[in-house]
Design a protein around this ligand. Structure first.
Ligand code: ZN
Length: 46
Protein backbone atom coordinates (compact mmCIF):
# COMPACT_ATOMS: atom_id res chain seq x y z
CA UNK A 1 0.00 0.00 0.00
CA UNK A 2 1.36 3.43 -0.96
CA UNK A 3 0.59 6.60 0.84
CA UNK A 4 -0.21 9.24 -1.75
CA UNK A 5 -1.23 12.83 -1.90
CA UNK A 6 -2.84 15.14 -4.41
CA UNK A 7 -0.60 18.14 -4.93
CA UNK A 8 -3.54 20.22 -6.08
CA UNK A 9 -6.04 19.76 -3.24
CA UNK A 10 -3.73 18.09 -0.65
CA UNK A 11 -6.08 15.13 -0.29
CA UNK A 12 -4.27 12.17 1.31
CA UNK A 13 -5.14 8.56 0.54
CA UNK A 14 -3.70 5.05 0.27
CA UNK A 15 -3.70 2.83 -2.82
CA UNK A 16 -1.73 -0.10 -4.17
CA UNK A 17 -1.02 1.77 -7.40
CA UNK A 18 -0.98 5.52 -7.90
CA UNK A 19 -4.06 6.54 -9.90
CA UNK A 20 -3.80 9.01 -12.75
CA UNK A 21 -6.56 11.16 -11.31
CA UNK A 22 -7.14 12.37 -7.78
CA UNK A 23 -10.14 10.50 -6.29
CA UNK A 24 -11.23 13.69 -4.55
CA UNK A 25 -10.86 16.56 -7.05
CA UNK A 26 -10.24 14.45 -10.20
CA UNK A 27 -7.18 16.50 -11.18
CA UNK A 28 -4.86 14.65 -13.55
CA UNK A 29 -1.12 14.21 -12.94
CA UNK A 30 -1.14 15.77 -9.49
CA UNK A 31 -0.67 12.53 -7.54
CA UNK A 32 2.64 12.46 -5.65
CA UNK A 33 4.06 10.35 -2.80
CA UNK A 34 2.85 11.66 0.53
CA UNK A 35 5.27 14.20 2.00
CA UNK A 36 6.10 13.42 5.58
CA UNK A 37 6.64 16.79 7.19
CA UNK A 38 7.27 15.01 10.49
CA UNK A 39 10.74 13.85 9.39
CA UNK A 40 11.84 17.46 9.04
CA UNK A 41 10.71 18.18 12.58
CA UNK A 42 12.57 15.16 13.93
CA UNK A 43 15.80 16.29 12.29
CA UNK A 44 15.68 19.83 13.62
CA UNK A 45 15.28 18.58 17.20
CA UNK A 46 18.76 17.03 17.27
ZN1 ZN B 1 -7.00 16.39 -5.57
Amino acid sequence: MLKLQCEKCNYEFQKENPPKRCPYCAAEDFIIPYKQAQSFLDESEN
